[in-house]
Each structure stands twice: as C-alpha cells, then as structure tokens.
Design a binder for this molecule. Structure first.
Ligand code: AMP
Length: 190
C-alpha cells in the first residue's frame, strides 16, 4: 500500500503514520525526520537545509524529490510506504507522479487530516513541551510561518488529488484512536 498523509503541521500525520506502520507492515517516509537527521549529523545536505528548517520555510523541490526517489528504491519500501510531509507543493506532487510511474508503482490513497487551525498552535506547543526531541522549528514564529507556507503551497494539493479521485478526508480533530479507526475504514476500501 502506498499512501500520502496530508495536513498542516500538528495535524497528527506523524502519530497516525506510526500506527499505520505497525498495522500494515509498511514504512513511514517522513521528509521532516529525514531532514532533521541530516541536520543533526551535519551531512552536506544537513548543513545546506539547517536554516531553512529553523525558519519554517521549504527546502527546494529538487532536493526533496531526489531524496524521496532514492528512498523509495530501498528494499524496505517494496511492500509500500506512507508519505508524511511529502509532497508539499504541486511541483513535488507532479514529480512524485512521474517517478512512481517510472518505477511502475501507483498511489493507493491520499488521506487528508482536516483540523481546526486555531488549535494547532496549542498542539505544537504541547508537543514541544512533552517531546524529548528539541525541534528548532517548534516555536510560535516558525509555526506561523509553517502554517502560512502550508496554506499557500500545500493546501492546493487537496484540490489536486481530489480532481484525481484519490483524496479521502478524515476529521483530524477527533481522538487519535477515532482518527486511526476512520483511516483503517478508508484503507479497507482501496
Ligand atoms: P515536518 O516535520 O514535516 O513539519 O517538516 C519540517 C521541515 O522540513 C519543514 O518545515 C520544511 O522546512 C522541511 N520539509 C519537510 N518536508 C518537506 C518537503 N516535502 N518539501 C520541502 N521542505 C520540507
């Protein structure tokens, strides 16, 4: 199974992805996690993207698409994957479509987590407080930037995938378990 989890920062994509990994034996491909790992280990890519991440902006489509293309080729992705945080622009969605076609693969579903933006800041602040991981972008200024970037560059993907009849929406304001069960119901139909 190959799916995309779509939603603004703090919508619960990462939480749901972890549950889906356990339930379906597929891997989670979180571009945010990959980039943070690169920053932490100070690789060439990490040094290039460090400031971009800290400011809540997007790294280039070219860079992220090449990272994803290489990652999908790895053996653990053979059974399927959950894209968490990718694609984030129309250009990335086009590139994903092309690269999957070249690899003879196709997407099964795009699951949109619909959330009330008003409470996102609260969720992110809680995550920052409770997480052992320090994220350079979990602060009010970066979050506002990330939400603005989401609305401007990523939200158009809702229409993009809806027009391709592959989008399914879930109320992301419900409890983690309720959202998970709704996603499972959706996935049982694809
Ligand atoms: P996330 O953990 O998904 O919120 O991503 C954290 C940060 O990584 C984002 O604010 C961006 O700076 C960068 N990032 C993650 N995924 C992408 C992507 N698909 N395209 C561009 N930048 C990304």
């Amino acid at each position: 199974m190959r799916l995309i989890l779509l939603g603004p920062p703090g919508a619960g994509k990462g939480t749901q992805a972890v549950r889906l990994v356990a339930a379906h034996g597929i891997v989670q491909l979180s571009t945010g996690d990959m980039l943070r790992a690169a920053v932490a280990s100070e690789t060439e890519v990490g040094l290039r993207v460090k400031d971009v991440l800290a400011h809540g902006e997007l790294v280039s489509d070219e860079l992220i698409c090449s990272i994803i293309s290489d990652r999908i080729d790895q053996a653990d992705c053979a059974k399927g994957f959950i894209l968490d945080g990718f694609p984030r622009t129309i250009a990335q969605a086009d590139a994903l479509g092309e690269l999957l076609e070249k690899k003879g693969q196709r997407l099964d579903a795009v699951v949109q987590l619909k959330v009330d933006e008003g409470i996102l800041l609260e969720r992110i602040e809680t995550r920052a407080r409770e997480s052992a991981e320090i994220r350079s972008d979990d602060n009010a200024e970066s979050l506002n930037k990330r939400l603005a970037v989401y609305n401007e560059q990523t939200a158009p993907l809702i229409k993009y995938y809806s027009e391709r009849n592959i989008l399914m929406s879930v109320d992301g304001m419900k409890s983690v378990d309720e959202v998970a069960s709704k996603i499972d119901t959706i996935l049982s139909t694809v």
